[in-house]
Design a protein around this ligand. Structure first.
Ligand code: ZN
Ligand code: ZN
Length: 341
């Protein structure tokens, strides 16, 4: 028996497991339309996850074959992983924001060697020690997971209604966690009459108990100096102003009072930036900053791949501080170090 939760008003959620991940599961939403159910996200590409999705749809009184479409909040594999299989079994369209669609296209086209070279260069520039770089330079490189995500058939255009017959679901562009992350605003009145404006499928943008990872937008083909944390904070304010009656996130559980959760998240990031400034009293490389930042466990216990993610997060914070004029690169340093202004 799967766990189907009925949110009322023709919206249900299914818990689709993410193997070997502390998050546990993705909440996949099933939205009834006049042309058949539409999914918001699909879940991780794994046989057990697929079985959970199929069983959950059966418990909802429908089936994969009956699906009309798939709306993807962002390209990450716990959201977009099963999209190809769903499309194959149903003929449903798959919609995604153009910025994340181009990441999907690049992921499918980039050869692993190119990706490893890019990562090695990036981490060298961030001041990573040789011991960390060695596996990226070795010839025995492992295949990368999730190399063939589904290319979407439709583009999610910010501000526009999606093609959900009989429903009003509007795309809200919320870049930050990924460059093409979207929240989906179901504009109809809340089914239980809760005060506020409709319901918001928030993906990973706003979650009730955890803060999403904000790192650099990794793209070997793009030399633009982006500011993902700045994007994220602006996207948070957008959701706060929208003031939905209820938020339906992709992990954990549904919650109300989005504006106060948004205020908490903004305060958390402000506190974190201030904390980093005190670390930057003496110049640090992004790697050294990551080593000194607070994580959910000591740096020594953080596994290899998670260290790369941590350094990316440290760099996103440095970008933000530099942009705000609160930190600066030290001229002539190599690898480049940053210091508080
Ligand atoms: Zn994500
Ligand atoms: Zn996620």
């Amino acid at each position: 028996m799967t766990k189907v939760f009925d949110h009322g008003g023709g919206v249900r959620s299914l818990r689709v497991p993410i193997p070997d991940n502390p998050l546990g599961h993705t909440l996949v939403y099933v939205v009834d339309t006049d042309r058949g159910p539409v999914l918001v996200d699909t879940g991780w590409d794994d046989p057990a996850s697929w079985d959970a999705l199929v069983a959950g749809l059966t418990d909802c009184g429908t089936s994969v074959a009956a699906l009309h479409g798939v709306v993807i909040t962002h390209h990450h594999p716990d959201h977009h992983g099963l999209s190809a299989q769903v499309r194959e079994a149903s003929g449903a369209w798959v919609a995604m924001h153009a910025a994340d669609a181009s990441i999907v296209r690049r992921t499918r086209e980039t050869r692993p060697e190119r990706w490893y070279t890019y990562m090695a260069e990036k981490l060298t520039a961030a001041g990573a020690p040789d011991a960390h770089l060695a596996p990226l330079r070795s010839s025995r490189r492992r295949a990368l997971p999730g190399l063939s995500p589904a290319l979407p058939d439709r583009e999610i255009v910010p501000g526009e209604l999606l093609d959900l017959p009989g429903r009003r679901l509007r795309a809200i562009w919320t870049p930050g966690h990924t460059p093409g992350h979207v929240c989906l605003h179901l504009e109809e009145d809340h089914p239980a009459g809760l005060p506020g404006r409709g319901r918001l499928f928030s993906g990973d943008h706003v979650l009730p108990g955890i803060t999403p990872h904000i790192g650099l937008y990794e793209d070997p083909d793009d030399a633009t100096v982006t500011d993902p944390l700045g994007d994220y904070l602006a996207s948070l304010e957008r959701v706060g102003r929208l003031a939905p009656a209820e938020v339906l996130p992709a992990h954990q559980h549904a919650f109300t009072d989005a504006p106060s959760r948004v205020r908490e998240l903004l305060a958390h990031h402000e506190e974190r930036l201030t904390g980093l400034l005190s670390l930057l009293a003496s110049p640090l490389t992004p790697w050294q900053l990551a080593e000194r930042m607070e994580w959910n466990r000591p740096w020594e216990e953080i596994p290899y791949g998670s260290r790369n993610i941590a350094v990316s997060e440290a760099e996103a914070h440095l970008r933000r501080l530099v942009k705000l004029g609160r930190a600066e690169a030290v001229p002539g340093s190599d690898p480049v170090t940053y210091a508080a202004v």
